[in-house]
Design a protein around this ligand. Structure first.
Ligand SMILES: Cc1ncc(COP(=O)(O)OP(=O)(O)O)c(N)n1
Ligand SMILES: Cc1nc(C(=O)O)sc1CCOP(=O)(O)O
Ligand SMILES: [Mg+2]
Length: 212
């Protein structure tokens, strides 16, 4: 699927921790029904076979909704299943090497916490940046909080879209107004909620108010 900045508004990231007996497909479908516009499969614990199975199921679903499916960390799996793209952090495979493997048409997302990292990622072929953690988060043990001034400085320095990530909720999202972000990436504000569809709808409404 071709990369479209408009699709970055509500970026949901999966987390099996919140399934409570439901299937990943079921919860992702609810979130897509609620207006999720971009999806990342993030599963640090499953073996490659399970991961591939999950990915194939989500790929079918995402295609029905015309939502890009991004694979966290694992470039080989993304290539094997012909995913729409990959997201890598600063401790994963280097962005330029990922771009070489992916070719020019797949979506490459890179995490950045400084202007320097952001500019380098852009130069090495990133299509978008994930910048955080903009609030305290319980979803990633090693995520450190980042001042909103740094988020704004990164948005001003690069020409590619930036999504904020980390501890974002429908209540605190308004604090990110004016930073220049194109959207928000969330786990718990959608998948830890009792009513996933309603949670996604509420977030989508909140993000539409702050993203131009
Ligand atoms: C959209 C988005 N932004 C940032 C991250 C974090 O990536 P990374 O730093 O590689 O950490 P892990 O997700 O791999 O734990 C992300 N996944 N998505
Ligand atoms: C996957 C991830 N990356 C982060 C970063 O700061 O790079 S924070 C994070 C977890 C986001 O989950 P929640 O929306 O539940 O806070
Ligand atoms: Mg990573």
């Amino acid at each position: 699927m071709k990369f479209d900045k408009e699709k970055m508004r509500l970026y949901a990231i999966t987390d099996r921790h919140w399934l409570n007996g439901r299937s990943l497909r079921e919860v992702v479908k609810e979130s897509l029904d609620g207006g999720v516009t971009f999806l990342q499969l993030r599963d640090k614990n499953s073996d490659d076979e399970t991961f591939l199975q999950e990915a194939a199921e989500l790929q079918k679903l995402c295609r029905d909704y015309k939502v890009p499916l991004i694979i966290n960390d694992n470039v080989e799996i993304a290539l094997k299943m012909n995913a729409d793209g990959v997201h890598v952090g600063q401790s994963d495979m280097e962005a330029g090497a990922v771009r070489e493997k992916l070719g020019p048409d797949k979506i490459l997302g890179v995490s950045a916490r400084t202007v320097e990292q952001a500019l380098l990622a852009q130069e090495r072929g990133a299509d978008y940046l994930g910048v955080g953690a903009v609030f305290a988060t319980g979803s990633k043990a090693d995520a450190a909080e980042l001042p909103h001034e740094t988020l704004k400085a990164i948005c001003e320095a690069v020409s590619i879209p930036v999504v904020a990530i980390g501890g974002i909720t429908a209540e605190n999202i308004s604090q990110l107004k004016g930073t220049g972000i194109c959207g928000v990436a969330v786990i718990s504000a959608i998948y830890a909620q009792n009513n996933i569809k309603e949670a996604a709808e509420e977030l989508k409404e909140a993000v539409d108010k702050i993203v131009l």
